[in-house]
Design a protein around this ligand. Structure first.
Ligand SMILES: [Zn+2]
Length: 307
């Protein structure tokens, strides 16, 4: 039976921007590591762990279409994993064999091919974000998945990913990075904020990794914030709910406090890369400082139409 294209979980427009959200596959990570210092008795009420104490996570990526530009944001895990690693990380994804990746299947539903993508943006280079950006070829070599795209990464993150600290060595895999460099498709950013297209910006937050970035879109018709691993799921909107994987957790908390205030003030849509159930929602302030209430996308559209 032919493999079906991966349909978007959500599609929306802001001005001339057309955005589609695709979940390229699931992985399962230790629930304790996902919630850091928060005790299991609290986090297990939000998301139920499996018998190995793992919780299921999505890899929600974006396709952004704007005039002639076709941008892919993050690329999921890809298909280069050994069976052993697939088992450890509980990887489940749809693909048409090793050479037809989840990225190809997502693009197929939008009528596109990997060669049509002009830029690929990354929040950081951990394997569940950058693995799908390179693919295995039938001759056994590995090449960029998007053969004509510029791969846009912060220089600090690239340098760190190539030579990571031993604490996070397992998250940065050489086979995900070196083929991008040898293909000459790498574009390194050096500023703390870079405008990619009008209103579309990458911004360094640190916290999760030293040069982790978020992506924001601000247009007169509305905007979004794609949180990457700064706020991986809707359960991590609470300021102290920070992953144990984060290299600088206090920096994560400070960045969340500041950036959430800004994003909620602009009434941006919040996109959560690893949330398997709610890839996006709006947030409203509450009477309590730094505590927000989630508003489902459909409900907020209803509210807006009543104004
Ligand atoms: Zn990460």
């Amino acid at each position: 039976m032919p493999v079906q294209p991966i349909q978007p979980k959500l599609k929306f427009h802001f001005g001339a921007y057309k955005i589609s959200v695709f979940n390229l596959g699931f992985l399962a990570l230790d629930g304790g590591a996902m919630f850091g210092v928060v005790p299991r008795i609290l986090w297990s009420k939000l998301t139920e762990p499996d018998e190995q104490n793992r919780i299921q996570l999505a890899t929600n990526c974006l396709l952004i279409e704007y005039e002639q530009e076709k941008i892919f944001v993050e690329a999921g895990m890809g298909t280069k994993f050994s069976e052993k690693l697939q088992k450890i990380y509980g990887i489940q994804q749809q693909c048409g064999g090793p050479y037809e990746t989840p990225v190809d299947l997502a693009l197929a539903s939008a009528g596109l091919k990997s060669g049509d993508i002009t830029q690929v943006l990354f929040t950081h280079l951990h394997f569940d974000h950058a693995g799908g950006a390179t693919r295995l070829l039938p001759d056994g070599s590995v090449a960029p998945t998007f053969e004509n795209a510029r791969y846009v990464i912060h220089k600090g993150e690239w340098d760190y990913g190539i030579c990571p600290h031993e604490r996070c060595k397992a998250s940065y895999l050489k086979e995900n990075l070196e083929p991008i460099l040898s293909a000459g498709q790498l574009q390194l950013l050096e500023q703390s904020e870079t405008e990619i297209l009008p209103g579309l910006k990458l911004q360094v937050t640190g916290g999760h990794t030293p040069y982790h970035q978020i992506l924001t879109l601000d247009t007169p018709e509305g905007g979004f914030v794609y949180w990457g691993d700064l706020i991986p799921t809707r359960h991590h909107v609470r300021i102290p709910y920070v992953m144990g994987y984060d290299e600088y957790p206090i920096e994560t908390m400070d960045a969340k406090r500041r950036l959430l205030k800004h994003a909620v003030g602009r009434n941006w849509l919040h996109l959560f890369e690893h949330d398997p159930e709610v890839p996006a929602c709006y947030l409203q302030p509450t009477e309590q400082e730094d505590v927000y209430k989630a508003i489902p996308v459909e409900e907020s559209q209803k509210l807006a139409s009543q104004v």
